[in-house]
Design a protein around this ligand. Structure first.
Ligand SMILES: Cc1cc2nc3c(=O)[nH]c(=O)nc-3n(C[C@H](O)[C@H](O)[C@H](O)COP(=O)(O)OP(=O)(O)OC[C@H]3O[C@@H](n4cnc5c(N)ncnc54)[C@H](O)[C@@H]3O)c2cc1C
Length: 552
């Protein structure tokens, strides 16, 4: 039994905390809450754990942060005992890991699968949330934690004729559980973001013909994926204490890597080229940390972007195709940089065609073809690699009512507003994990997830220990934080890109730079300082001691 005074629900079921989502965030949140003796119920709309890795089963899906780092750090036994097979584990292995964690920490009994949370209403009289699920039940909870994921709301493109297409249609973010084999088929892939960049080389190896429909060319760096030897795993495990400390406290993006101390223009042409070459050969996301000003200075950024454009021209034999594949409308890194295995070389295959749908947008999808530029590209199957309504999409699908019946969707109509990405004023006792206003998608997300979960778990324990009833972001603190998030974003090149960080991939979504770009380490320090100052910037109330904290 929890020490919190759990509210009573009409339906009778009542928890200290309801957690929405059973991806890496929801699973760890449940583990932490149970460890501190609280009752928690997790709702997950899928029929298994793993979130991203449960839904994204497309061919070639794998992580782009190295697996030895893209993994939980909260249990040393777990990180010492789990064997990652490759530098970047494929999706089935990451899903297996998520299932292993669920079993190892006996999480399943507190998770309700196949159950979507549809509505959450704050009852001001009872200081509790009333949570309604897709099975028609309502439960009460003192706290609600949205672990709904930043990339969990697959975006279906609105293309004329799509419902009339006679072949199979797949979305990379909602892939079937059974094996999909494209052997002998003519396949069309729409979109050229990260999921397409991972899946195109694999689909090209199966399909009789693959047509890739590209609106925006993206920068991609070779992954240089490889099998991990036991020796390599052991060497990495031995340095885990330092790797994890660095990722949490010092890294800007939660990844252990060298910190550059020079800007790109501090080196001469030859020296710079040789550094880029060496990172290109090493592979992976750390390409962007060769220099310390690539995200800040256009001229510096151009040197890296030109290097990658030259590489594309070297790899792709047909000069027209190479030109189309060279990104030219955003600074490198201002959209999440992609990591690939032979993506550009795939366009040298005789069975692969690239179609530019920026100059000639798709006019229509017919029963058996994609029509663009007055031409029909016949296909038997379509793969929609069209991404997600990122960061806010899954939150917006829940009908959330805070104080005075105000909905979160109405409050966020002009863009999301949070304090520290953790709470939104007017919605007491409602936490968001890796929400807008936190480093989130700009980081190794497991590092950010663990930081948020720990902070929230400590916070609810603090409230329990002091008999506090509600906690809520202070409006002024929120305004200042939103201004700070924007200010920092606009000191960088990021807002120049029409990216999903800006909501630019969703028609009608407000253009606001959503994640906090100030860095994982500094952000953690800010959150720790706020907690140390008894949750400065949050208003707390309780029978024992009502109080209001002022923002600094
Ligand atoms: C293809 C792909 C590759 C990625 N690779 C990396 C990587 O290499 N490194 C990295 O740092 N990040 C990566 N990410 C980001 C990834 O989303 C995070 O790393 C992490 O898995 C997020 O975990 P989460 O628990 O916060 O969210 P998710 O894994 O998205 O889980 C959220 C869960 O909430 C459930 N849910 C949502 N709404 C409701 C509701 N109303 N009711 C019930 N359940 C609900 C969803 O079904 C989902 O299962 C990748 C994302 C994608 C799509």
């Amino acid at each position: 039994m929890s020490a919190l005074s759990s509210p009573s629900a009409e339906a009778g079921e009542s928890y200290d905390v309801v957690v929405v989502g059973a991806g890496f965030a929801g699973m760890y949140m449940l583990h932490r809450l149970r460890k501190q003796g609280m009752t928690a119920r997790v709702y997950e709309q899928g029929d298994g754990v793993g979130g991203t890795w449960y839904w994204n089963r497309y061919p070639g899906a794998r992580c782009d942060v190295e697996s030895m780092q893209y993994s939980y750090s909260f249990s040393d036994e777990l990180q010492q005992q789990w064997d990652w097979s490759e530098r970047y584990a494929p999706q089935p292995e990451i899903l297996k890991y998520a299932n292993h964690v669920a079993d190892r920490f006996k999480l399943r009994p507190d998770i309700r699968f196949n159950t979507r949370v549809d509505k959450a209403v704050f009852d001001e009289a009872a200081n509790s949330w009333s949570v309604t699920t897709s099975d028609g039940k309502t439960v009460a909870a003192k706290f609600v934690v949205l672990a709904t994921g930043c990339l969990s709301n697959a975006r279906m493109p609105d293309i004329k004729g799509l419902p009339d297409f006679k072949g199979k249609v797949y979305h990379t973010g909602h892939w079937p559980h059974e094996v999909v084999d494209f052997t002998g088929q003519r396949v069309g892939v729409i979109g050229t973001g990260s999921s397409a960049i991972q899946s195109v080389p694999v689909i090209a190896g199966q399909a009789s013909h693959l047509t890739v429909f590209q609106r925006t060319a993206n920068f991609s760096i070779p992954a240089r994926n490889a099998v991990l030897t036991e020796q390599e795993r052991q060497a990495f495990r031995a340095k885990y204490p330092e790797v994890r400390r660095f990722a949490r406290e010092e890294a800007r993006n939660g990844i252990y890597t060298e910190m550059p101390d020079r800007g790109a223009l501090d080196d001469g042409d030859n020296e710079r080229r040789s550094k880029y070459e060496s990172r290109w050969n090493r592979g992976g996301l750390t390409f962007m940390s060769v220099y310390n000003n690539l995200a800040l200075d256009q001229a510096a950024n151009d040197t890296a972007a030109n290097f990658v454009r030259d590489k594309i021209a070297e790899i792709v034999k047909n000069p027209e195709t190479a030109k189309l594949l060279q990104p030219n409308n955003h600074p490198i890194g201002s959209k999440r940089i992609c990591i690939d295995s032979d993506y550009f070389a795939t366009f040298n295959r005789p069975n692969v065609t690239l179609v530019d749908i920026r100059s000639n947008p798709i006019e229509e999808i017919t029963a058996n073809a994609v029509r663009t530029g007055g031409r029909d590209y016949e296909v038997d199957a379509l793969v929609l690699a069209t991404g997600f309504d990122a960061m806010t999409g899954s939150v917006a699908k829940i009908d959330i009512h805070g104080r005075d019946g105000r909905t979160l969707n109405r409050k966020w109509a002009e863009g999301p507003r949070t304090y520290l990405g953790l709470m939104s004023a007017g919605f007491p006792n409602l936490f968001i994990i890796t929400g807008p206003g936190s480093p989130s998608v700009l980081s190794n997300m497991i590092v950010s997830i663990e930081q948020h979960v720990d902070w929230i778990a400590d916070c609810v324990a603090y409230m329990r220990d002091r008999g506090l009833d509600t906690m809520e972001a202070d409006g002024n603190a929120e305004d200042k934080w939103v201004a700070h998030v924007n200010e920092v974003a606009y000191t960088t090149l990021y807002p120049q890109a029409n990216s999903w960080y800006m909501g630019a991939n969703i028609p009608g979504k407000p253009r606001i730079f959503m994640p906090y770009i100030g860095g994982v380490g500094p952000y953690r320090q800010i959150c720790n300082d706020v907690a140390a100052k008894e949750y400065e910037g949050f208003a707390m109330t309780g029978a024992a001691r009502p109080r209001k904290m002022a923002a600094s």
